[in-house]
Write a protein that binds this ligand. Sequence first.
Ligand code: KG4
Ligand code: ZN
Length: 332
Amino acid sequence: TNPRIVLGIESSCDETAVALVDTDRRIVAQRIASQEAEHAPYGGVVPEIAARAHAERLAPMIEAVLDDAGVGLADCAAIAATAGPGLIGGVMVGLVSAKALAMASGTPLLAINHLEGHALSPRLADPGLDFPYLLLLVSGGHCQILSVEGVGRYRRLATTIDDALGEAFDKTAKILGLGYPGGPAVEKLALEGQADAVSLPRPMLGSKEPHFSFAGLKSAVLRAHESGEHAAADIAASFQQAAIACLIDRLDHALEQIDAPPNLVVAGGVAANQAVRGALEAFAGERGMGFSAPPMALCTDNAAMIAWAGCERLPLGEFAPLDIAARPRWPL
Ligand code: KG4
Ligand code: ZN
């Protein structure tokens, strides 16, 4: 049978993104516009600015992606848009655009949970990755361990009780004066530092509770910086190493609670970090598990993962009504 094609729209944070992906895992066309320049002067994402930028860019980007592929809306099996969780103004822009296209073309609408997009993204890149898998989902807004048992079947084993890991990277970057967005800047600076130079806490290490916590680590980074005793590169390297130790410890704890699935998978923006990927791969190896991580461009926010989640959801036939609401909070 011919592959079916899904149009994906992502607008939940500071990336405006549109993609066409087919059920044979082909990214047929995609465009992504970062709002980095707009938000950089404020040191973080300003929701109102984000929503306005999505509203200006999205329609021409959809047109361009369809043009690039020579595809019309009538050729699409569905239009998949992020319907939450995220900054509500931006989510509304993407979802309402998708509704208008669905209404005008008669193409069915799929309301996709952004976290499901991240959770299924490794399967877009890796055709051999079957359910179930243990997923570490680490982004700017979330830090979770999930048992991914099928499409729409996610069991949450751990979450953060305060900051997400990407948020901790961003705050560390801000403290060290590296600007926004912080994760890649901290990773780069850490390469020049000694990971054992600064003694930092590893919150929750060894805890019987399943969860993550990064607020204490961030505060310790601030104290280390304010002491004036440490080079920024040493703080960055020590922070990254402490964060990785927390990830490994919490995965270890999660694996005590369940029968280990064949594969460990990482997704979300922080999965773009090479040190994180390397440590997780080594951990999976020690546990006799396979390891899978999507290519970098599929880790940070993008529309291919939303279109792919749409492809995965097509067989379920659960299309969204035109009055479906955007959700600022929407646990998986
Ligand atoms: O998945 P994502 O693009 O957006 C959310 O859904 O949150 O994740 C963005 C987060 C930011 O906090 C960013 O600093 C972090 O991912 N990030 C990184 C790296 N690249 C992005 N963190 C550490 N190292 C990186 N290379
Ligand atoms: Zn995301």
